[in-house]
Design a protein around this ligand. Structure first.
Ligand SMILES: [Zn+2]
Length: 293
């Protein structure tokens, strides 16, 4: 399932390629045809993301926002018109601009919603570490209020979108490892300082994931990626990405994710896995022992 950084990267891609343009909107597959007509031939004002939810606003469309959630199998590609090849299946939603075409297939949600429905969705979501910095200040407190009163494990709570929005399975496994936290620690037994370290790390890591369209948690890659973002060269590296595949600028390496039985790169013990929160948790029982501090 795409994690939040993918949706933020998608919003940025839509703004870059179609933002501010009058666009043709249609539903080749037909299921969204009536709604597509309501936003056809309008100016695509702005795409934004919160957690795994994408919102697209159009000018001159009073009180209606396009709401998309990709779910497990959805895809939303943005290509240059001259990149368009043979199409596998008709898209649920197609947005055509001057030079680019965006196509949505297989989403869990594709709907036009009004302002109050949007507020309801946002209210149900926990803080998103990728959200605008001005709301980050209390993000850590809001998530903490839920965590510190919960009997659920921190590994489950990290996946709960009402606690924290945007974190998926890879990030949860990897950040818990980075801070040596026992993933089976109940939220109410977790130390506040450990939570603050986790949150600060997510705030630092997720923008790098969004910038490169790949999850980066190995410190050498994190440092290299942060440098490329800081000197402004990240976009040139990822501009060609359409959303069809992950970024590949960095080698795909993780500490624990899908490494069951392999040796931990910190303590040498074999990585273990178990089902937790509906997904497979990977962790090192040797060095992930922190609970309170
Ligand atoms: Zn270890």
């Amino acid at each position: 399932m795409p994690e939040g950084h993918t949706i933020h990267a998608l919003a940025a891609r839509l703004n870059r390629t179609l933002g501010g343009q009058r666009v043709d909107v249609s539903s080749p597959q037909g299921r969204f045809a009536a709604d597509a007509a309501l936003i056809d031939d309008r100016i695509l004002d702005r795409a934004s993301a919160r957690g795994k939810h994408l919102f697209v606003d159009f000018d001159e469309v009073a009180d209606l926002t396009l709401h998309v959630h990709l779910g497990l199998i959805g895809s939303f590609h943005v290509k240059r018109r001259d990149q368009e090849g043979a199409v596998a299946s008709p898209a649920r939603l197609r947005i055509e601009g001057r030079h680019h075409v965006a196509e949505l297939r297989g989403p869990m949600i594709c709907a036009l919603i009004d302002e109050s429905a949007r507020e309801t969705i946002l209210d149900r979501l926990g803080p998103d570490p990728l959200h605008e910095p001005d709301v980050l200040a209390d993000g850590t407190d809001r998530a903490w209020a839920r965590i510190t009163t919960s009997r659920k494990t921190i590994a489950e709570l990290l996946l709960d979108q009402s606690v924290l929005a945007g974190v998926g399975n890879v990030y949860r496994c990897e950040v818990l490892f980075r801070h040596r936290i026992d993933p089976l620690t109940p939220g109410r037994e977790l130390g506040r300082r450990l939570w603050d370290q986790l949150w600060d790390d997510l705030v630092a890591l997720l923008p790098l994931g969004a910038a490169f369209s790949q999850i980066l948690t190995m410190q050498d890659q994190v440092d290299a990626a942060a440098e490329l973002v800081a000197d402004g060269s990240a976009l040139a590296i990822t501009e060609h990405l359409t959303g069809e595949r992950l970024g590949d600028h960095f080698e795909r390496r993780f500490h624990t994710y899908k490494r069951t039985g392999e040796r931990c790169d910190r303590c040498g013990r074999p990585i273990r896995n178990q089902a937790l929160g509906g997904r497979t948790l990977y962790w090192c029982p040797g060095c992930q022992r922190r609970r309170r501090r």
